[in-house]
Design a binder for this molecule. Sequence first.
Ligand code: MN
Length: 148
Amino acid sequence: MSEPVRPKTGNLRWRDVDVRAYKQEPDVPYRDVTRQVLFDDPALASQLRYFEVAPGGYTTLERHEHAHAVVIQRGRGRVLVGERVFEVREHDLVHVPALAWHQFRAAHDAPLGFLCMVNATRDRPQLPTPDDLARLCTLPAIAAFLGG
Ligand code: MN
């Protein structure tokens, strides 16, 4: 069990919190994303993580039964939720409902850092099939978003 208080050691860095790769799975597409698990107490039945996407980077396009509650902490970028694309910046709130396709993309000249609350026990993310991608890309805003 960690100390009740773990001081910050830098800009969105904390004592006894490792900065890890975003995902361990091979062959899952993403670019320039780090992950820090801030709270992982079984009594909470949830985890709070801090992700940071470097300029030009993006998280995996995925969907799953579990939801995400996100608070943007740093920088700016765009977010795909369901079939819509949104501009986001510091302190915006993003809710990703069950089974909504989602991806976070940092601006080309700024990072995108965000807190993400999630169920401790959750289903594995699903990646889009070629058919899913083709259907999403019939929407011009999504085609432009996924094109970078
Ligand atoms: Mn997700």
